[in-house]
Ligand binder design. Structure first.
Ligand SMILES: *Cc1c(COP(=O)(O)O)cnc(C)c1O
Length: 435
């Protein structure tokens, strides 16, 4: 006689990840700290047993899970139960009213990772996953090649997990990004060079030192964390996919992983299938993917970055060709905007929605505006703009482009004179707009 045991899904279900698979050729590898196929040099990607997930995961089991990315742990590449959960994920999906009206859109949403935990950018997602996996694989020192936000995240979450940490950044990063790393007391290597040079150096260091580089030898695990940007939006829209996504592109990883997240939810029956259009945003001063898209090329020619949008300034993007492919097959667009437009984008989002984003978010909003003006986004489409980082970290970008406080004496008449002056100025500005 067999005894039926009542077991909660979370108890019988530990892990559904099965292996690493090459994105070109499909060669399979074990779930180790490797990231490139030995035969084709293509990136490796984590594969899962979707039948297992389908049997154990429902909307209800997800909703009963933690209020963080780990509610989707069945879809994440970890094997044990020792999760690093610092409250990452489940950031607000804001229905836009004033920005939507300004742009003439009816169904615009802002996914606000400017308030992600613990370091106010989407990178907290990928790092929470990568460091959980790093610990499972036995690493005691973790590292990364960063454009700023990744260093913040790796340093903070390594501190929380008690891992040794050494991060590599370009030496010319914004002050807020450097300070926001140093406070966690990791070793910080400020490299005299751009991100692509930092990355090359880190590949060499990784080969010799046996460290867990979150975006190099741990990249297959790291990049899976971005799928949660897709899962959350689907859940927050009431278990539906949007019609159109606009996201920033640096390496192209997060953009392609949002797609993978949507596909997985469809595959296991959590949401109905839908054709989602994927549009991507780059800064003109570093727009190798947008240039390839515009010129109809199927390869991405590396460029030397020169833009205020430093967090997305990757001249030689690892997932560039996959991003190109995705934009084309989903009928999306990849556009670039100037630094001046990026600043305008930051101000526009702040003034209409009360969200202060960094330069990457300014890039996304400026591209959103450009696509709407070019008739490439239908006003009726449910459109989600992904805001991936916080403006307090890139203050120098808007310095000199915003107003100043009115300096007054602690006296009522001083206040009244200042108020009158500012109103007169406002009227004059309006008159200038009108003539
Ligand atoms: C890293 C980063 C991105 C882009 O990430 P990729 O996955 O490399 O394309 C976008 N926005 C912000 C704020 C980032 O820090």
């Amino acid at each position: 006689m067999t005894v039926a045991t009542q077991t909660r899904p979370s108890e019988i279900f530990t892990s559904a990840c099965t292996k690493l698979v090459s994105k070109e050729g499909g060669t399979e590898y074990p779930l180790k700290a490797i990231h490139i196929c030995e035969e084709t040099f293509a990136p490796l990607e984590v594969a899962y047993d979707y039948d297992l997930i389908r049997r154990h995961v429902t909307r209800e089991t997800i909703q009963a899970g933690p209020n963080s990315i780990w509610r989707y742990r069945a879809f994440l590449p970890v094997e044990g139960n020792d999760l690093i959960d610092v409250g990452t994920g489940m950031t607000p999906l804001v229905k836009s009213r004033r920005l939507a009206r300004r742009l003439g859109l009816k169904n615009l949403y802002i996914k606000n990772d400017a308030v992600n935990m613990p370091t106010l950018s989407f990178k907290d997602r990928v790092v929470s996953v990568a460091l959980t996996r790093a610990r499972e694989l036995g690493f005691t020192t973790v590292s990364c090649a960063s454009t700023g936000n990744l260093a913040n995240s790796t340093a903070a979450i390594a501190a929380h997990a008690g891992l040794d940490c050494c991060v590599f950044i370009p030496s010319d990063l914004e002050a807020g990004k450097i300070l926001g790393t140093l406070i966690y007391n990791p070793t910080v290597m400020a490299v005299k060079g751009n991100y692509d040079q930092v990355n090359r150096l880190c590949c060499e260091v990784g080969n010799t030192y046996g460290w867990g580089f979150v975006n190099i030898n741990l990249r297959p695990y790291y990049s899976e964390g971005s799928k949660t940007l897709g899962f959350e939006v689907a859940e927050q829209l009431g278990w539906q996919l949007p019609d159109h996504v606009v996201a920033p592109l640096a390496s192209g990883s997060l953009y392609t992983k949002i797609y993978k997240g949507f596909q997985e939810f469809v595959k296991v029956g959590l949401v109905p299938d839908k054709a989602v259009r994927f549009s991507g945003a780059q800064a003109e001063g570093c727009s190798p993917i947008a240039a390839a898209f515009k010129e109809g090329r199927d390869f991405v020619a590396p460029v030397k970055p020169n833009t205020i949008a430093k967090s997305i300034a990757i001249g030689n993007p690892a997932d560039g060709v996959y991003a190109l492919e995705l934009a084309r097959k989903t009928n999306g667009h990849i556009e670039s905007v100037t630094d001046a437009e990026i600043i305008e984008g930051m101000k526009l989002l702040a003034e209409t929605e009360g969200i202060f984003t960094e330069t990457a978010g300014g890039t996304t909003i400026a591209v959103l505006k450009k696509l709407v003006e070019a008739g490439k986004i239908d006003p009726e489409e449910t459109t989600v703009a992904y805001i991936t980082g916080n403006g307090l970290k890139t203050q120098e970008a808007v310095q000199g482009y915003i107003g100043e406080p009115l300096l007054i004496d602690p006296k009522l008449d001083s206040f009244e004179r200042a108020l009158e002056r500012s109103r007169t100025l406002e009227r004059l500005e309006w008159q200038q707009v009108l003539v």
